[in-house]
Design a protein around this ligand. Structure first.
Ligand code: IVH
Length: 673
């Protein structure tokens, strides 16, 4: 059959079916069969045909996805039957109790369960008449919801028309329940764009989906990357299927987007494994889920079990530990970091979240407070993502107290009262007083940390006590500590006092890069410290280098050079350095190496053991030749040096096509051959 011989009606039908099929292949199955331009041709032809033959107008045509009717508000839809929700369970005991109720209700007959993901979106009900999508509504209160047909039509994965050839076995009128949601990466992309144009980002994908469905102009909704997933017929189960499993398969074959993670199991233990598995793996999914849903498979069993007014007895939501919670912001406190930068911290009404009680959450910086417009006394939304650190993602404006005032950035330091400064081009607000006790404490803590001088037993608690009791006023004082004076402090016994002094003592021999990093010079991280140490060789030479000399070193820009000079020029630092010098802390230099620039711009990753030098020596040699070292392989890596028994970095290098050097080749390259 060629298109040319078709009547306009037949051709329109043909085009609509073809477009629906290609939409499904593209949006649901992600395996398109035709190019975008071929698709556009089909679409354009249909549009022309409909324009030429107004009698062909059909609201289920793909050309009608983006209607241009701007509604004044949404009509209320009274649902034909109550849209009940699900009861929740949170742990194994709950789910076993559910199973017991089911087993009792079915008088011990064997039961199969369908396990599904619980999508975290907005519930909708879709009505199909004669295979056409005629109405879609939000669940609302279960009795009535909003008519959001036009907005739902814009979602490309929603079938507007169920292909007639396959509808033989469906009812003339049927309802499908589903969830409108948003993929996580679409969410971040959309939010980033909003942020860039100064609009307030959405707190989470669920709010985004809910907010989008409430937009009155479908053209705007069409711009939003919404998705929908269907999880079952409602109420009027098609007579042809006798299990939920079969009808899910049917929905899929009719072109409805259904989850690929639906699973049929025969025991409650298997249900628990499914739950446990997804609780672990939820971050692998491109969308958010907040648990799993368990449903009795056979419809006859579902009918036997029946429902309460609220929820079916044949299904239950088995939730994950919450990652989102709401609580009240009691106060915003300020933390002073080692560089003096102030970090605002939210003090919260304690709330359980993901298995722990949250009392505080970082607000990162003052921009963040302004962006969220969070005010003291507000009810805020807290989220814990894949990482464990909770963050505040939104404010419940409806609960804001009328007297709540916008947050004002403080002008003086909460710890020492100094007037705060804001450096040009930097987000942070900073206390400029180097003797501020908080800054001193954090600097000492940094000095003692693993990557720096690595002083065992000198954690933040101990540092706080030492500074508060006046035993230490700066880093230099550490080396003058005596076990006797520590013994007077709370929490110190003879053994721990001796151990701490011994630990401090041992740190005198740490290498120059560690010492330079430990000083806590602004912008000087481990990498830059190593670079400075290798290129200049001693602390005295680093201290004496001019800004011009410093900027000649790879990785040291004008901003870093200036910060280094500022550090060595300040009276406070000079006093510290003098004390360190007197205590014999100078930073052990690696053997003097010839400095050149022949590896400038080249980055190296070392893997496996080298036979002619230590790892540290190899790194120093790369830096001395103007190159850089890194611990992970990326496309930007110039060379991977593979020594004895190399690790996975070698495989990664091969995968990315990065040049791999043997030890001999590496040595040759270092010596400039
Ligand atoms: S079945 C009568 N299946 O969770 C049973 N619901 O907390 C109807 N949800 O209102 C619901 N994923 O919005 C079902 N696979 C799934 C689901 C799911 C998400 C939502 C739905 C429901 C809510 C109940």
């Amino acid at each position: 059959m060629t298109k040319e011989r078709l009547s306009p009606t037949q051709e329109a039908d043909w085009l609509r079916a073809a477009i629906a099929r290609h939409d499904h292949l593209y949006y649901v199955q992600a395996r398109p069969e035709i190019s975008d331009s071929e698709y556009d041709d089909l679409f354009r032809r249909l549009r022309t045909l409909e324009a030429e033959h107004p009698e062909l107008a059909d609201p289920s045509s793909p050309t009608q996805r983006i209607g241009d009717a701007l509604t004044a508000g949404f009509a209320t839809v009274r649902h034909p039957f109550p849209l009940i929700s699900l009861d929740n369970s949170y742990d194994e005991a709950d789910i076993r109790a559910f199973h017991k109720r089911v087993a009792d209700g079915l008088e011990g007959r064997s039961v199969s369960y369908i396990c599904e993901l619980k999508f975290d979106g907005v519930a909708v009900i879709l009505k199909y008449v004669g295979g056409r999508f005629v109405q879609g509504a939000t669940r609302g209160d279960g009795e009535q919801g909003d008519d959001v047909t036009l907005n739902l039509r814009t979602i490309r994965t929603l079938p507007l028309r169920v292909v007639p050839a396959r509808t033989a076995a469906i009812d003339p009128i049927f309802y499908v329940r589903g969830e409108v949601y948003l993929n996580k990466h679409d969410f971040s992309r959309y939010n980033a764009e909003r942020d860039a144009v100064g609009e307030k980002p959405f707190a989470n994908p669920r709010n985004f989906a809910a907010g989008s469905l409430k937009i009155l102009d479908p053209r705007v909704v069409a711009q939003r990357p919404l998705s929908i997933v269907c999880y079952g017929y409602d109420n009027q189960q098609p007579a042809v299927d006798d299990t939920h499993w079969r009808s899910m398969q049917r929905l899929g074959s009719l072109g409805f987007p259904v989850s690929e993670h639906v699973c049929r199991v025969d025991s409650i233990d298997a249900v628990i494994s499914y739950w446990r598995d997804w609780q672990e793996r939820r971050d692998e999914l491109p969308f958010e889920i907040d648990g799993v849903v368990v449903k009795v498979d056979r419809y006859v069993d579902q009918r036997t079990l029946g429902s309460t007014a609220r929820a079916p007895r044949w299904a239950i939501a088995y939730k994950f530990a919450a990652r989102r919670a709401q609580t009240r912001l009691i106060e915003i406190s300020l933390q002073v970091g080692r560089t003096g930068v102030l970090t605002p911290v939210a003090e919260l009404d304690p709330v359980p979240l993901g298995g722990v009680t949250i009392r505080r959450a970082t607000l990162h910086n003052f921009e963040e407070i302004q962006r969220l417009d969070v005010r003291i006394g507000d009810v805020v939304t807290l989220e814990r993502g894949g990482d464990v650190i909770p963050k505040i993602t939104g404010v419940e404006l409806s609960e804001r107290k009328p007297q709540a005032q916008p947050y004002r950035i403080p002008e003086s330091c909460p710890s020492c009262g100094a007037r705060l400064v804001r450096d040009e081009g930097m987000v942070g607000v900073r206390c400029p007083n180097p003797s501020d006790p908080e800054i001193v404490k954090r600097r000492i803590e940094h000095f003692a940390s693993r990557g720096a001088m690595d002083i065992a037993g000198l954690g933040s608690e101990t540092v706080n006590v030492l500074v508060d009791r006046g035993l230490v006023a700066d880093l230099g004082d550490l080396y003058g500590l005596k076990p006797e004076s520590l013994l007077e402090l709370e929490g110190f016994a003879e053994k721990s006092a001796v151990a701490l002094v011994a630990g401090i003592d041992r740190s005198r021999d740490r290498s120059l890069p560690r010492l330079v990093f430990g000083l806590g010079i602004r912008f000087v991280g481990e990498e830059t410290a190593r670079m400075l140490a290798t290129r200049l060789g001693s602390l005295d030479r680093i201290a004496a280098a001019t800004e011009a000399e410093l900027t000649e070193i790879p990785e040291v820009g004008p901003r870093v050079a200036q910060a280094i000079r500022e550090y060595f020029d300040s009276a406070t630092s000079r006093a510290v350095l003098r004390k360190l010098h007197q205590a014999g802390v100078a930073g052990k230099s690696a053997d003097a190496v010839a400095v050149s620039d022949h590896l400038a711009g080249k980055s190296f990753v070392l893997t496996g053991g080298l036979s002619t030098m230590t790892r540290e020596a190899a790194e120093a040699a790369v830096i001395a030749a103007g190159g850089k070292t890194s611990s992970s392989v990326s496309k930007k890596t110039s060379y991977v040096v593979a020594g004895e028994s190399p690790g996975s970095k070698l495989a990664k290098a091969r995968e990315l096509g990065v040049t791999v050097l043997s030890e001999a080749e590496f040595v040759a390259l270092l010596s400039g051959e």
